[in-house]
Design a protein. Structure first.
Length: 42
């Protein structure tokens, strides 16, 4: 595998993992808001 292909693949994997992280963060935030709403904080 040449260097260009390797770096492209590494970048694609990194972007994919970043997307997963941002989805997880959004889920956690929405759960937090839901819990706070249930408890009458918001």
């Amino acid at each position: 595998m040449n260097a260009l292909l390797k770096s492209g693949l590494a970048l694609a994997v990194k972007e994919f993992l970043d997307k997963i992280d941002s989805i997880k963060i959004k889920i956690h935030l929405s759960q937090l808001v839901y819990i706070l709403t249930l408890n009458g904080v918001i």
